[in-house]
Design a protein around this ligand. Structure first.
Ligand code: ADE
Length: 238
């Protein structure tokens, strides 16, 4: 029984590797998986890589090969609402794939064809603990996370996905983690720090604020784990 923590990029994972006690590192499916400890919790730490395929592959690996009984996905995101500032934290209430569109079937954006899946709800208990964490000078809010295999960096694209899905922020992995966790009945949570505004300035902001966003989101996750009693994952609500 362990808590899986995944990020898309090295810069995000390195902060966990620096702070947690690493016990063993192994190679699986092209990924380096670190078994670690933090505050009495057994953790499995992995940099999954960017995008939904990497995220899905990594999540299933965490569940099957490393017995993850909860999965946390952290890193940066682009803001979709004006009230969010760079550095603020979004704790996901649910995640949806903004780039999954099958018009001819008459399905709404994000609906997975031939299933009832569209919005993947995160675990309420994990959410509550994340919202109780604190970060000086930044807000921590809950909201919907939009996921897709395309970096959102222009107004037209942002408006198009927002019109249908009304998200708080956009990133590239959360809903893939959500779908895999949902079908495996494993609780999950996505915690994102805002690195840009998902508009024409995104490329510059993303480069400048990525490190800060990585630090902020990892701080929330580690605070959350400090507050949760070891073994919570065996009783978490799927
Ligand atoms: N991650 C951080 N910023 C992003 C953006 N604008 N689009 C998609 N993923 C992101």
């Amino acid at each position: 029984m362990s808590v899986g923590i995944m990020s898309a990029m090295d810069i995000e994972m390195e902060l966990y590797l620096d702070r947690c006690e690493i016990q063993r590192s192994v190679q699986r499916a092209g990924l380096t998986v670190h078994e670690a400890a933090w505050g009495g919790h057994d953790l499995v730490l992995v940099k999954a890589g960017v995008g939904k395929v990497n995220a899905a592959l990594c999540t299933q690996l965490l569940i099957d090969a490393f017995e993850a009984t909860a999965v946390l996905c952290t890193g940066s995101a682009g803001a979709l609402v004006p009230s969010l500032d760079i550095g603020d934290i979004v704790v996901g209430t649910d995640c949806v794939q903004h780039d999954l569109v099958v018009n001819f079937m008459g399905l709404p954006r994000g609906q997975v064809p031939f299933t009832h899946h569209r919005f993947f709800e995160t675990d309420p208990m994990l959410r509550r603990y994340a919202l109780e964490a604190s970060l000086p000078e930044h807000n921590i809010v809950e909201g919907r996370i939009l996921t897709g295999d395309r970096f959102v960096e222009d107004d037209r694209h942002r408006r198009q996905i927002q019109e249908d899905l009304h998200g708080h922020c956009v990133e590239m992995e959360g809903a893939a983690v959500g779908q895999v966790c949902t079908v495996n009945e494993v609780p999950y949570l996505v915690v994102r720090a805002i690195s840009d505004r998902a508009d024409g300035t995104s490329d510059i902001d993303f480069e400048s604020f990525l490190q800060d966003a990585a630090r902020s989101s990892s701080q929330i996750v580690l605070q959350m784990l400090d507050a949760l009693s070891p073994g919570f994952a065996s009783s978490a609500t799927p």
